[in-house]
Design a protein around this ligand. Structure first.
Ligand code: ACO
Length: 326
């Protein structure tokens, strides 16, 4: 009998400090950087984002989201046999944020724990890896988390990027079973575009070499994103043998409302079937999809048995999607 993985619990966590566009604009103005609520809302759909306190790390946000997901799933942390964290803002260069999270959750059963680095596609990558491990029989109960403190890598003198991102974490618990579950997935990368969206600095000889802050060519990212999101959605739907009209909910990476509108239009999905949290979350990179998923589950929008299409795109360039029966 074929083995599937199924999402049995979701969780999400935003740090308490909510920063509205007006508050951010005032802080930036004090540094001589001009922006406005009107510009940010019109170009991105973002009204606010959350920023973590300086002492709070990705693993702290991940722990909160993970505990919620475990509770929703009715699973004890010790029963997990796989922990994957998708992050581009890890607590340390090494060890992985996943091992730090494993310790914070009190898991001492020796289960594998590792990070996945695919920037804003990180959660889609991590969920695909976890699903493959469950299908292969090497895991039965997996925790998959997207967690980020992007505020740490923002250049607050660059108004074209610093208004876009926020901090947060989202999580799911996957369980093995004989009914689907995750129906299909599709992953891609194209390293020719490394320079379009990157944090070029690195640690060497006890110092940071190069710029450790986020750089992005927003217009180029926008154009690439819209094309690849449509392609990956069709590829996943085709693999699953499901028509776009049978998708109950699209949960896209929350980068920009205009990218989401364009993707929905290309898939002939009305915006009423698209989960949109970018307005209150901003772009939380690898955390954005599980945060949006959790939001829609807890709001009673996404219901058991529905078809949910998750899709992400990010630095690398990386992109991918999964079709999930909830
Ligand atoms: N406030 C006010 N004005 C601004 C701001 C700001 N925050 N940022 C840029 N502007 C100005 C520019 O300087 C420019 O002024 P000019 O015409 O006088 O030169 C004008 O606004 C228009 O700038 P554009 O870059 O053309 O604006 P655009 O409509 O392309 O929107 C944006 C920019 C929002 C960044 C858009 O390109 C975008 O969303 N791109 C995709 C970004 C994205 O999704 N990134 C995440 C990918 S996932 C990951 O891996 C992290």
């Amino acid at each position: 009998m074929r083995r599937y993985s199924r999402i049995v619990g979701t969780g999400g966590y935003l740090p308490p400090r909510r920063v509205s566009n007006n508050e951010l604009a005032a802080e930036l103005a004090a540094r001589g950087v001009q922006t406005s609520d009107e510009w940010i809302v019109e170009r991105t759909g973002i009204h606010a984002r959350h920023f973590a306190a300086p002492e709070v790390a990705s693993s702290d946000l991940a722990e909160q989201a993970a505990r919620q997901a475990l509770e929703a799933a009715g699973v004890a942390a010790q029963d997990l046999d796989l922990v994957i964290v998708a992050t581009s803002t890890p607590d340390m260069v090494f060890p992985s944020t996943a091992t730090i999270l494993q310790h914070k959750l009190g898991i001492t059963n020796g289960c594998p724990a590792f990070d996945v680095q695919a920037v804003c596609s990180g959660f889609v990558y991590a969920l695909t890896v976890a699903d493959a491990m469950v299908q292969a029989g090497s895991a039965r109960c997996a925790l998959v988390v997207g967690a980020e403190v992007f505020s740490r890598i923002l250049d607050f003198s660059d108004r074209t990027t610093c208004v876009l991102f926020g901090d947060g974490a989202g999580a799911v618990v996957l369980r093995a079973g004989d009914t689907p579950g995750i129906l299909a997935s599709d992953l891609h990368a194209d390293g020719r575009h490394v320079g379009l969206l990157c944090v070029p600095g690195h640690v060497s000889g006890g110092a940071i070499l190069g710029d450790p802050l986020l750089k992005m060519d927003g217009q180029a990212v926008f154009k690439l994103a819209v094309g690849v999101l449509e392609k990956t959605a069709h590829a996943t739907l085709e693999k699953a043998g499901v028509a776009a009209s049978e998708v109950d909910w699209l949960v896209p990476h929350q980068a920009n409302i205009r990218i989401m509108q364009s993707t929905a239009r290309r898939l002939h999905l009305p915006m009423e079937r698209v989960v949109v949290t970018v307005g209150e979350h901003g772009n939380t990179s690898a955390a954005s999809i599980p945060l949006a998923l959790d939001h829609a589950v807890r709001a009673g929008q996404i219901l058991p048995g529905q078809n949910v299409l998750l899709e992400g795109v990010g630095g690398g360039f990386t992109w991918g999607s999964l079709l999930v029966k909830m």
